[in-house]
Design a binder for this molecule. Sequence first.
Ligand code: NAP
Length: 279
Amino acid sequence: MLRDVVIGFLGAGSMAEALLQGLITAGLTTPERLWVTNRSNRDRLARLAKGLGVHTTSDKAEIVGVAELLVVACKPKDVPALLGEVGGLTRPGQVVLSVAAGVSTATLAAGLRAGVQVVRAMPNTSSLVRQSATAVSAGTGATAEALALCHEVLEAVGKVVEVPESMLDAVTGLSGSGPAYVYAMVEALTEAGVAAGLPEAVAGELAVQTVLGAASMLRQTGEDPAVLRQRVTSPGGTTMAGLQVLQDRGFHQAIVGAVARAAERSRELGGARPSPVAR
Ligand SMILES: NC(=O)c1ccc[n+]([C@@H]2O[C@H](COP(=O)([O-])OP(=O)(O)OC[C@H]3O[C@@H](n4cnc5c(N)ncnc54)[C@H](OP(=O)(O)O)[C@@H]3O)[C@@H](O)[C@H]2O)c1
């Protein structure tokens, strides 16, 4: 299905490049079916055309004209201006997939022609290495086919789950901000390794590989994390002693609190965002 669809990217930054690269590398489509535009950076478009072989244009009407699926890949603050430029050029049946954090499908739909199918996604920064944890939600009126198409596109950069749009703030708190929590943990592990007498490079290497290995164990065994944790914790052993300190100092509650606060902040920012300009 995806192979036959012409996709137009409105925005040519890191997220657009990750998706383009993922789609091409995975063989999900060919560069001839991919079109890209941006606001003003012509060098960037030239580099993408040369590097990936995709079509580029500064004419947004052209891209909206040829594409069956449009990907909104600009910053949330630039969405109103983008919708003002292209909204009136869209047509019923077209699918619009937005990765702009915090911009609702209702806001997007209000800036597009009636009958355009809107789907919204929340990928994370690991898209850049094709390991995103992405959630996707259909807007009112988006068909199962439109959602399936967007799901396929997003799988080019990682795992995808479907959730109701009302859950996207929670997703933002968990997987949207989650990479930073893991980076903070790796920083702490490295610092702790140095304090325990390891050279920094050694401590850093061990910390990163430990996180990667633990994630791979979870993914490959499919086991519950609590089961894996119990399996490596022998009574009276070293791991038990370490875990006891985490428990005493509120590690679990700190993570729960971080996700809850980030989700709350996402709701605050979403509510504070201006509506798109009228067509
Ligand atoms: N990067 C991530 O890891 C990540 C993770 C999750 C979600 N996201 C979401 O993905 C979106 C894009 O992020 P990014 O990191 O790719 O941003 P970025 O690198 O700053 O790229 C933004 C792109 O949008 C273009 N743009 C701005 N206004 C435009 C307009 N009116 N018409 C057409 N193009 C326009 C810019 O063009 P010029 O360069 O010409 O100005 C640029 O190509 C954001 O909404 C963000 O919330 C990103």
